[in-house]
Design a protein around this ligand. Structure first.
Ligand SMILES: Cc1cc2nc3c(=O)[nH]c(=O)nc-3n(C[C@H](O)[C@H](O)[C@H](O)COP(=O)(O)OP(=O)(O)OC[C@H]3O[C@@H](n4cnc5c(N)ncnc54)[C@H](O)[C@@H]3O)c2cc1C
Length: 377
């Protein structure tokens, strides 16, 4: 018997493990393949805030999460002696048209009000040209640039490895790779596995990425779909660049400088696809665009081309919390494009709920009920 069974060894499942460890729960994390085998094992690792305008509970939750992540990572780095490749390097966004500059100037004011954490102020600065020479091609920024000081980046694989190492040192949390969950009895609290074994659990967190949706649909009797997979392709390049350079972002294209001369470029966003894990000419096109935007990556060696499936819940927002019909079952899924910045806070809320503590900061639209209502409508 385990207090808590966590299905999935991605960023969501691992943070759930950290929170369970802190809560003193005897926990088993099962991963059908290896840690990071799913979407979390990619290359990009951009930690991008929402726009600073039209502030709401969702934006506040993500803002607070992006701030607290810094402290969380520092603590785990100190515990493990490993690096997550985290840096608050900021973000540059070229402004190609005058009207975009007008809007950006409004956001500059919004950020002064909304991007505050205690005595820390983060900025959305509008400038005539990039504050960093030789990084962004100024030809693409005819109306100036935005430089935001809140955005950060993390190296996905070292980050996962660091959390997994922390958990493996724990007396309470066990990670079992190569264990595929196949069936759940939510009333009895029993999970069955492909290896023929079963686990009895007090609570279970479903955190298995895109595979969470068919599992949840099955629990609801198979009517409707609670979410879908959105394919993304990205690449890792080797270039002679300063790791402190800011992330460049425009129109869905990210250029993310990492440590040791690595630069990630991403990502496509594909709602329909024939082959989930292969890369194609869409990634080639993205690499061409990246080279136009950032001269330093022109001619850089492509180290890796990678594709994965993002979990997008029906309500578009992350899905977190207790299942409305099955009190033992909890969900931590649907992080879509922002999981890395918020997974620790979602996990804290979900594990807190299991331990009887409500987290009022969790936006209502994240709750399972909100998503399931959309399935019915
Ligand atoms: C190209 C691309 C770029 C991205 N860039 C960013 C970015 O810059 N910033 C950001 O925040 N997000 C980004 N994302 C999104 C992010 O990667 C995902 O939202 C996140 O990784 C989802 O984490 P997860 O733990 O929910 O799922 P996953 O990482 O997919 O983990 C789920 C795990 O569950 C396991 N599993 C599945 N079924 C079972 C089973 N039956 N039994 C046991 N285990 C099972 C899988 O093997 C997998 O390891 C990107 C995604 C892609 C594809």
């Amino acid at each position: 018997m385990t207090d808590l069974l966590i299905i999935g060894g991605g960023i969501m499942g691992l943070w759930a493990g950290v929170m369970a460890e802190r809560a003193g729960l005897k926990t088993l994390i099962v991963e059908r393949d290896v840690i990071g085998a799913g979407a979390s094992g990619g290359v990009l690792g951009a930690l991008m805030p929402h726009m600073p305008d039209r502030w709401n509970a969702k934006k506040q939750f993500q803002f607070d999460a992006l701030i607290s992540l810094e402290t969380e990572i520092a603590a785990l780095e100190a515990e493990t002696g490993l690096s997550a490749g985290y840096r608050r390097s900021g973000r540059l966004m070229p402004l190609a048209k005058p009207h975009l500059r007008t809007i950006a100037l409004r956001h500059e004011q919004d950020a002064l009000v909304n991007w505050r954490a205690g005595d820390r102020q983060f900025y959305w600065r509008v400038r005539d040209r990039s504050p960093v020479d030789g990084w962004l091609d100024n030809g693409v920024a005819e109306s100036g640039v935005v430089f935001d000081t809140l955005a950060a980046r993390v190296a996905p694989r070292p980050f996962l490895a660091m959390i997994a190492t922390y958990l493996r040192q724990s007396q309470r949390v066990r990670i079992e790779e190569g264990r595929q969950f196949t069936h759940i009895d939510p009333v009895a609290g029993r999970a069955d596995f492909a290896d023929g074994r079963s686990e009895i659990f007090g609570a279970c967190i479903i955190a298995n990425g895109v595979d969470a949706f068919p599992l949840l649909d099955g629990l609801m009797g198979g009517s409707g779909s609670s979410g879908a997979a959105v394919k993304g392709q990205a690449a890792l390049l080797k270039a002679d660049i300063d790791p402190g350079l800011p992330v460049v972002f425009t129109d869905g294209l990210y250029v993310v400088p990492h440590e040791n001369g690595m630069v990630a470029v991403g990502s496509t966003s594909e709602n329909t696809f024939a082959t989930p894990f292969s890369t194609d000419e869409q990634l080639d096109a993205l690499l061409v665009e990246a080279a136009e935007l950032v001269p330093l990556v022109r001619g850089a060696q492509v180290i890796e081309r990678w594709a994965g499936l993002r979990p997008k819940a029906i309500g578009r927002d992350p899905m977190a919390g207790r299942h409305p019909d099955h009190p033992r079952i909890h969900v931590l899924a649907g992080g879509f494009k922002i999981s890395f910045g918020i997974a620790h806070r979602l996990a804290e809320a979900v594990v807190g709920e299991i331990c009887g503590k409500a987290d009022d900061a969790l936006p209502v639209s994240f709750r399972c009920e909100a998503h399931f209502d959309q399935m019915k409508s």
